[in-house]
Design a binder for this molecule. Structure first.
Ligand code: AN7
Length: 376
């Protein structure tokens, strides 16, 4: 047994880092790929349906994959501080990896619209937290401007190293299944993650993609990454948005995005062009879901499979189930849905949706036994 030490050590030969760069890692990656047999039976659909539970990463979201790369590269260049705008998860990961690296982190968050767990993470890791009177898109504009003239490295997904780290999720899926799935479904905010997964799958297929801003189709890792002689198929990539925050459905930026899924409350996606390339190259599509559908799916998954993801993450599974039922995704397909973040990030959303049933009893054996007898 060798100790698992994170995705840079696992995939360094497929990542654009100088060999001497010391990995800043928290052991991210190698997340569970869980087959949802209970849910498939209960919903009466026919599919090999999996979730990649990115909530099992060290800070509880997929952002750790990108942040280990961005911070490793920044520190290698001598950076002493990093900066990001965030709906919550990026700031949590930035704060944690900066702490690990012994550098400063500055995070811009939108006023009042970030899940409590994520804010607590930024606090506990010692980030400088700036609350912007505005939304994520305002914060994003500001960090781009500020990073041009300040000695800080921008670690939002416009930093190409972020997507390079995030592409490793696709490697893990291909390794676990022996090939790519037919469909890969993700929640879409800035559309960095859907782009990163496509880059990863494309490398496994032995090809390159125009969606990769580093290689623009001439991937240096394509041959090395090609599985089964470079013949691994690529999935159709399907991106789901919340209907109050769905620029990819509107065909343009949304000025005042709104959704309970605060992680994807983003109106002006930073990976707009690459995401459309992914859609075209993969033959996939974008679709939208209501907040009510998203929250119902979050509960369904938690109750039937024991997997608790945050609301934004449930959009992937929610959309996949709907498209399976309508036949848009054919019966019998293999499907991987990325669950981008952990449900523990946002406990409020569960407790707010109705008072939990707490049964009060006296501290005696008979009272507890009565509860059991009534319910077994
Ligand atoms: C749980 O933290 O943008 O489409 O600032 O936290 O790659 O943006 C979060 C995004 C999906 C969308 N699910 O991913 C941020 C931030 C969760 C997320 C997304 C996010 P992208």
């Amino acid at each position: 047994m060798t100790r698992y030490t994170g995705l840079i050590d696992a995939y360094r030969h497929r990542l654009p880092l100088p060999p001497e760069a010391k990995a800043i890692s928290l052991g991210e990656g190698r997340t569970p790929l869980i087959k949802l047999d209970n849910l498939v039976r209960r919903e009466g659909v026919e599919a090999d349906l999996y979730v990649k539970f990115e909530g099992a990463n060290p800070t509880g979201s997929f952002k750790d994959r990108g942040m280990t790369m961005a911070v490793t590269e920044a520190v290698h260049r001598g950076a002493k501080a990093i900066l990001c705008a965030s709906t919550g998860n990026t700031s949590a990961a930035a704060a944690a990896y900066a702490a690990r690296a012994g550098i400063k982190s500055f995070v811009l968050i939108p006023e009042g619209k970030i899940a409590m767990g994520k804010l607590a993470q930024a606090v506990v890791h010692g980030a400088v937290i700036v609350q912007v009177r505005g939304n994520f898109d305002d914060g994003m504009r500001l960090v781009k401007e500020v990073s041009e003239n300040s000695p800080v490295v921008l670690v939002n997904s416009v930093n190409p190293y972020r997507l390079q780290g995030q592409k490793t999720a696709a490697f893990e899926i291909v390794e676990a299944l022996g090939e790519a799935p037919d469909y890969h479904c993700l929640p879409v905010g800035n559309a960095g993650n859907i782009t990163a997964h496509w880059i990863g799958y494309t490398e496994c297929s032995g090809a390159g993609t125009k969606a990769c801003l580093l290689c623009n189709g001439n991937c240096q890792f394509a041959v090395a990454g090609g599985q089964a002689g470079g013949k691994t198929k690529r999935p159709k990539m399907v991106g789901y948005q919340a209907d109050g925050s769905a620029p990819f459905l509107r065909g343009a930026a949304v000025k005042d995005p709104e959704t309970v899924a605060t992680a994807i409350r983003i109106g002006n996606p930073q990976s707009w062009d690459p995401a459309w390339i992914v859609q075209q190259e993969s033959g996939g599509w974008f679709d939208e879901l209501s907040d009510a559908e998203i929250l119902a799916c979050q509960r369904l998954l938690a109750e039937t499979e024991g997997v608790w993801c945050e609301p934004a993450s449930a959009a992937s599974l929610c959309g996949a189930l709907r498209d399976l039922k309508s036949g848009k995704i054919p019966a019998g397909s293999s499907i991987v849905c990325t669950l981008t973040g952990n449900g523990l990030k946002d406990p409020d959303i569960i407790l707010k949706s109705g008072a939990p049933e707490l049964i009060q009893v006296d501290a005696v054996r008979s009272a507890v036994e009565r509860v059991l007898v009534d319910r077994l």
